[in-house]
Design a protein around this ligand. Structure first.
Ligand SMILES: [Zn+2]
Length: 67
């Protein structure tokens, strides 16, 4: 069974499978390309990772940017 991909867009607020050590599990997508950069909403720390890795680590989209 193929797991459906979570659709995401730039500026979306997402929840990851693992919370940031600061205790927050809300991240904003601030850059999209071959790599994805997300920023922790709690402490503003940002992390960059390959798109394939991000796709594995994302749990769900909390807020779509254009809603
Ligand atoms: Zn944090």
């Amino acid at each position: 069974m193929v797991k459906p991909r979570v659709p995401f867009e730039l500026n979306d607020i997402v929840e990851m499978k693992k919370a940031h050590p600061c205790g927050t599990n809300q991240w904003k997508i601030i850059r999209m390309g071959a790599d994805i950069r997300i920023k922790c909403m709690g402490c503003s720390h940002s992390v960059m990772m390959p798109r394939s890795e991000f796709q594995k680590k994302i749990k769900r989209v909390i807020d779509h940017a254009d809603e």
